[in-house]
Ligand binder design. Structure first.
Ligand SMILES: Cc1ncc(COP(=O)(O)O)c(C=O)c1O
Length: 329
């Protein structure tokens, strides 16, 4: 395509041609997208876009969910929708479709992507309409669903355990931590710190200095008395994975492998004295931590509780249809 040397003004045809030709090295991961703005599903990454006047883009005014499809079923789908509805209610957003229609759209997007194993993200936005913070500028909410390839941690991370750092990036607190909004700046800074400091993951502290959560994962530990402990929900996002893991952990309590399961404030020092430390999240299930800022915890070994909880979650994914939604029959 010939470039107009005198003016950056592009004709619609030129703009479209450029959009199509732009290099997108990451786009091989993008499988399919539904947009209520377009009114349908596209599978070409260059068409997967959101209008700039959607308040999601310029104000972060939207909420979302990240779910995973394994073996053609979206795990914990109903729970993700419960959380999405909670986030929407907290931010005065209304889904433009029924829950049943959203399920059908999710299945259609995953099917259009053609992969039985993938991530499916749902974004509910304030919608297009002006550039102010005023949510009443936007006549209708936006709904975008995107299927993309899934990249779980390497198996070696589960065998060796990962290196966790404690960050001083200010965490979201209270109300803002509990809403899965598209305001992820603290989470972004947390992730950035982990990468730049050579940690695999970072956790932040709540306003009282207690352990809170990771960039996109919850954390927990097993104390020396054999209790699985997770922070209370006041300053974290309630994870669907952590919640399911706590339910499944009751099996370990019954077998005597755990003394109990509880929520309470956790001090940073408790990481060093813990029998096990672990992370929970949709992409990683249950991931053991064997080092804190490079120093071994729990003898630098992967403990039995994290291993067993991961196995129970994987079993739940593969053999408990009540906990997932079928995308393919
Ligand atoms: C801030 C935060 N905490 C925790 C989690 C873990 O939640 P889930 O297990 O539902 O993936 C996420 C997930 O994206 C998150 O963004």
């Amino acid at each position: 395509m010939a470039k107009d040397q005198n003016s950056p003004l592009l004709s619609p045809d030129q703009a479209l041609a450029r959009l199509k030709a732009l290099p997108r090295p990451w786009a091989g991961d993008y499988l399919a997208m539904y947009s209520n703005w377009l009114g349908g599903i596209v599978t070409e990454p260059w068409l997967m876009s959101v209008p700039i006047d959607d308040h999601l883009v310029h104000r972060g005014d939207g909420v979302f969910e990240a779910t995973k499809c394994l073996g053609g079923r979206i795990y914990l789908f109903e729970r993700h929708l419960d959380r999405l509805e909670g986030s929407a209610a907290s931010t005065h957003l209304e889904l433009p479709v029924t829950r049943r229609e959203l399920g059908a759209l999710a299945a259609a997007v995953v099917r259009a992507g053609g992969q039985r194993e993938c991530m499916l993200r749902i974004f509910l936005s304030r919608g297009p309409g002006g550039f102010s913070t005023n949510p009443f500028e936007c006549p209708a909410p936006g709904l975008y669903l995107v299927a993309s390839r899934i990249h779980p941690p390497a198996e070696e991370s589960y065998e060796r355990g990962v290196n966790l750092g404690v960050s001083l990036v200010p965490a979201k607190s209270g109300f803002f931590a509990g809403v899965k909004s598209c305001n992820y700046l603290p989470n972004v800074l947390l992730k950035r710190e982990a990468i730049t400091r050579g940690w695999d993951f970072a956790v932040c502290l709540d306003p009282d200095g207690y352990l809170a959560e990771g960039s996109t994962e919850n954390m927990g530990l097993v104390d020396q008395a054999g209790n699985l402990l997770l922070p209370p929900p006041d300053h974290i996002l309630e994870g669907t994975t952590a919640k399911r893991a706590m339910e499944l952990a009751q099996t370990l309590v019954e077998r005597g492998q755990l003394a109990g399961v509880a929520r309470r404030h956790l001090k940073v020092e408790e990481l060093q004295s813990a029998a096990e430390v672990m992370l929970f999240g949709t992409t990683l299930d249950v991931l053991p931590v064997s080092r804190i800022d490079g120093k071994p915890v729990a003898g630098g070994q992967v403990g039995p509780v994290a291993k067993e909880l991961r196995r129970l979650i994987q079993q739940d994914i593969a053999h408990n249809p009540a906990m997932s939604m079928a995308v393919w029959g």
